[in-house]
Design a protein around this ligand. Structure first.
Ligand code: TYM
Length: 331
C-alpha cells in the first residue's frame, strides 16, 4: 500500500480545532487505504524557546490526542521524531543541497523570526523546513496531509527530492501535499483575517482539551460582520463562513443545507448551533484523552513499536542516501 505521512508539533497543552480539522481528521481518513506514518515533531518544537519538562509531558499528551482523534495504532506507525535518528542525519545531507536564499524565502521563517526581533531567531528555525523535508522523504510517501500553512514547506520538499534524484540517482519519491480545500485554513474566531494558531491562542482559538463550556463561550463571541444574512462567502464574510465550515466539518452537514436551514435566522442562532456541535465533539474527545493518559505505559509501548518500525524504514532510505552521496560505508 502507498504511504501517507505527517507530523505535528507538541508545542501547547493541547491541539486546537485548526490542527484537528486541517490535519488530524485527514490522517484518520487516510489510514484506511494507505500505510500511515504519523509522528510528534519534537525536534521541530525546540526551534522556539521551550521548557524541557513541559515538552516531555506535551509529547505524551500529543500521542493521546492522536489516538483520541481516531489514529489507530494497529494500522498506523506512531512515533516520536527524536527517537528516530535518521531524520537529523538525512536533514544534514539535504541542507547541503538547499540554497541560502531558497531557505530565506520561507514565509513561516520570516514570520516567526520577525516576531522575536532581529537576531533572536536560531539557525534551527532557519533550517526547520529542511528537517521537515527529511521527515517526509525518508518514508517515500505518496501523500502528506497538512493544512494550507504547510504548502510552501511541501514545495521545498518536492524541489529537494527532485534535485537529489537528478544530481545523484532516483532515491526519493516526490510527495504530494494532501490539502482539503474546505478545512485547509480554519480562521481565528476573533481575528478572522488570521488562521487559528497556537501562537495567537486567546479567545480566537479553540483548544481541544479546554473546558467545553469555555469553548462554547468563545464560539458565541466569535467576530462576524455588520450584516445579518447567513451565507457562505469567505472573501466578504470570513467570520460567518469560518463558523459554517467548522459546523460542516464536525457535523458532516453540507454547507448549502446549513445555509438553507439558517434562512431567516440570525448570527446568534448560528453561533449557538456551532457552539453545540463543538461541545458535542470536544467533550468525548477530552474524556478519551484523559482515559488514555491513565495508562502511560500503554502509550509508551505504542511509541516503542512505532520507533522500531520508523527506524527500520528510515534507515533503509538513509543507507541509499549515504551510498549515493559517496560516503564510505563502515567495514
Ligand atoms: P503544526 O504542529 O503547526 O500543525 C499541525 C497541522 O495542523 C495544521 N494546521 C491547520 N490547519 C488548518 N487550519 C489551521 N488554522 C491550522 N493550524 C495548523 C498544519 O498545517 C499541520 O498540518 N511543520 C509542521 C510539523 C511537521 C510536519 C513534518 C508536517 C514537521 N515535520 C512533516 C508534515 C510532514 C507544523 O509545524 O505543524
Amino acid at each position: 500500500r502507498p504511504r501517507v505521512l505527517s507530523g505535528i508539533q507538541p508545542t501547547a497543552d493541547s491541539f486546537h480545532l485548526g490542527n484537528f480539522l486541517g490535519a488530524l481528521k485527514q490522517w484518520v481518513a487516510l489510514q484506511e487505504d494507505f500505510d500511515p506514518f504519523f509522528f510528534i515533531a519534537d525536534l521541530h518544537s525546540i526551534t522556539m524557546p521551550h521548557d524541557p519538562k513541559l515538552l516531555r509531558e506535551r509529547t505524551l499528551v500529543s500521542v493521546a490526542q492522536l489516538l483520541a482523534a481516531g489514529v489507530d495504532p494497529d494500522r498506523a506507525t506512531i512515533f516520536v521524531q527524536s527517537q528516530v535518528p535518521a531524520h537529523t542525519q538525512a536533514s544534514w545531507v539535504l541542507e547541503c543541497l538547499t540554497g541560502f536564499g531558497e531557505a530565506r524565502r520561507m514565509t513561516q521563517f520570516k514570520d516567526k523570526s520577525a516576531k522575536g526581533g532581529e537576531g533572536a531567531a536560531s539557525v534551527g528555525l532557519f533550517t526547520y523546513p529542511i528537517l521537515q523535508a527529511a521527515d517526509i522523504l525518508l518514508y517515500r510517501p505518496q501523500y502528506v496531509p497538512v493544512g494550507e500553512d504547510q504548502r510552501q514547506h511541501l514545495e521545498l520538499t518536492r524541489d529537494l527530492a527532485q534535485r537529489f534524484n537528478k544530481r545523484f540517482k532516483k532515491t526519493f519519491r516526490v510527495p504530494e501535499p494532501y490539502i482539503l480545500e474546505s478545512t485547509a485554513k480554519i480562521y481565528d474566531l476573533q481575528l478572522p483575517e488570521k488562521q487559528m494558531s497556537k501562537s495567537i491562542g486567546g479567545n480566537g482559538c479553540i483548544w481541544l482539551l479546554d473546558d467545553p463550556k469555555a469553548s462554547a463561550k468563545k464560539i458565541r463571541s466569535a467576530v462576524t460582520d455588520s450584516e445579518t444574512e447567513i451565507r457562505f462567502d469567505l472573501e466578504n464574510k470570513r467570520g460567518v463562513s469560518n463558523l459554517l465550515n467548522i459546523h460542516a466539518a464536525l457535523s458532516g452537514a453540507k454547507i448549502d443545507d446549513l445555509v438553507a436551514s439558517f434562512e431567516g435566522k440570525g448570527y446568534g442562532d448560528l453561533k449557538a448551533e456551532v457552539a453545540q456541535v463543538v461541545v458535542d465533539f470536544v467533550t468525548p474527545f477530552r474524556n478519551r484523552v484523559h482515559d488514555l493518559l491513565e495508562d502511560r505505559s500503554e502509550l509508551e509501548t505504542i511509541l516503542a513499536a512505532g520507533a522500531d518500525r520508523a527506524t527500520e524504514v528510515s534507515e533503509a532510505t538513509l543507507r541509499d542516501v549515504y551510498e549515493r552521496v559517496g560516503f564510505l560505508p563502515r567495514a
